[in-house]
Design a protein around this ligand. Structure first.
Ligand SMILES: CC(C)(COP(=O)(O)OP(=O)(O)OC[C@H]1O[C@@H](n2cnc3c(N)ncnc32)[C@H](O)[C@@H]1OP(=O)(O)O)[C@@H](O)C(=O)NCCC(=O)NCCS
Length: 158
């Protein structure tokens, strides 16, 4: 990115309020600041990365992991910062850290109507591996399951 000082780093407890504001701006069922702070306090199970530009939060990505399996729980960028590579930078750093953690794959759910997220994930090598019927509410919609294998010996499956 050529926008000056951009950082992608693990969230700290002081990011909780801004994270809650971002969730409220982007999702029908946003989590509370307390719930987000609880995740930040459990780095052995959750990884929340925030992207900041000159100290201002632009977006974040959330991962829940167990053993060698990673589940991307959230990805959101404030609307005024979209289409500047923030989502890509967050996902790329999450994958780097996922490899360091020894994760075999990353998986996630996404609405079939979410062209922006689908464009981002497909462009980064995530492939459709299934569909959950009526997974989402407000509005009701199926979820597509997308997965990317991180280890070299599984790349043929991508
Ligand atoms: C999805 C989201 C995180 C993308 O963040 P972003 O910072 O704008 O993404 P990037 O700038 O890194 O975009 C990377 C690529 O994704 C695709 N993409 C991003 N936004 C798109 C859009 N509105 N329409 C079509 N493709 C899009 C493009 O291929 C883009 O590359 P390009 O800009 O060179 O064409 C953002 O739109 C968002 O926060 N949406 C609301 C929350 C949400 O839906 N989260 C996902 C839940 S699964």
């Amino acid at each position: 990115m050529s926008r000056g000082t951009v950082t992608v780093a693990p969230a700290v407890p002081g990011d909780g309020a801004e994270l809650a504001r971002l969730e409220a701006a982007c999702f029908a069922h946003p989590r509370s600041e307390a719930a987000l702070r609880a995740e930040i306090a459990q780095p052995e199970r959750y990884l929340l990365l925030v992207c900041k530009w000159q100290g201002q939060m632009e977006g974040y990505i959330g991962l829940e992991y167990v053993l060698d399996e990673g589940y991307i729980t959230d990805l959101a960028v404030f609307s005024k910062y979209r289409r500047h590579g923030v989502g890509t930078a967050l996902l790329r750093e999450l994958e780097r850290r996922g490899r360091e953690l020894g994760l075999r794959f990353l998986t996630l759910e996404v609405r079939p109507s979410n062209a922006a997220a689908l464009g981002l994930y497909r462009g980064m090598g995530y492939r459709e591996e299934g569909r959950r019927r009526d997974f989402y509410t407000d509005p009701r919609e199926d979820a597509l399951l997308l997965t990317k294998y991180l280890k070299n010996d599984n790349t043929e499956r991508i």
